[in-house]
Write a protein that binds this ligand. Structure first.
Ligand code: URA
Length: 228
């Protein structure tokens, strides 16, 4: 691959800047400053710019703790988007693996790897999503049973869910699906008034960062999501 293309693909340079920096002897390949933008590099070449190693374009996987008021997307005409909280050269390539409503907080996964995004949201993969619910009612045994055994909505029947009580006003609800407003609809169906909704886990991956923060996922994190 041409050196100028490698640099612009890295997301750190425009093609013109890449050419300019190469001509100004700012880019070294395997320890030698190269001045020809068409210089061919191999997969194993070590490319440096001002002491910083330039990584080839690669897949990235991100967890973000979405604040309320942000849209789970990378562009919106009215509201701020979660990608505005991310500082990464590939941020415009990121797709959201399972949106949260604007007023919902918590764990959102993003990636530039289309297969990953597909697998997280595909019903066939059965990935559990866990939500923490704050309400101001009483979750009695009857209501709990309705949640856990599935609810008949007009267009679909929600499948079985897991309920874990935290205290009088909070519980966790874990579901495999991700239908539109699903948790809100389930909570409303049993007559509870939802005050706050937060996604706390996807598969076995727990939210472990503060609101508004993000972090790159590693291989172990990804194994936790899919369970293998
Ligand atoms: N269920 C909802 O109702 N909203 C969300 O954002 C996620 C799950």
């Amino acid at each position: 691959m041409r050196l100028d293309k490698f640099l612009s693909d890295s997301g750190l340079f425009t093609r013109n800047d890449a050419k300019k920096f190469i001509k100004n002897k700012k880019i070294s390949v395997d320890g030698i400053f190269i001045t020809d933008p068409s210089f061919q590099i191999s997969e194993n070449s070590c490319v440096y710019f001002e002491g910083r190693k330039i990584e080839p374009y690669h897949n990235i996987y991100i967890m973000i703790n979405k604040p309320s008021g942000y849209v789970s997307a990378n562009s919106d005409s009215r509201y701020p988007c979660i990608t505005e909280l991310i500082d990464h050269p590939y941020k415009n390539d990121l797709a959201v693996a399972g949106r949260l409503d604007i007023d919902v907080t918590g764990l959102v996964l993003l990636s530039n790897d289309g297969n990953f995004v597909h697998n997280v949201i595909s019903p066939k993969k059965n990935i559990m999503k866990k939500y923490k619910i704050l309400h101001d009612g009483i979750l009695n045994e009857e209501k709990k049973l309705i949640l856990t055994s599935g609810i008949d909505f007009k267009e679909y029947r929600s499948s079985e869910a897991i309920v874990e009580i935290i205290n009088d006003k909070e519980f966790f609800l874990s579901i495999h699906e991700g239908k539109y407003h699903q948790v809100k609809r389930m909570v409303k169906y049993i007559g509870l008034n939802l005050i706050k909704l937060e996604r706390t886990a996807v598969g076995g991956l727990n939210l472990d960062i503060n609101i508004g923060d993000y972090r790159l996922l590693n291989e172990d994190d990804i194994k936790l999501i899919f369970g293998y």
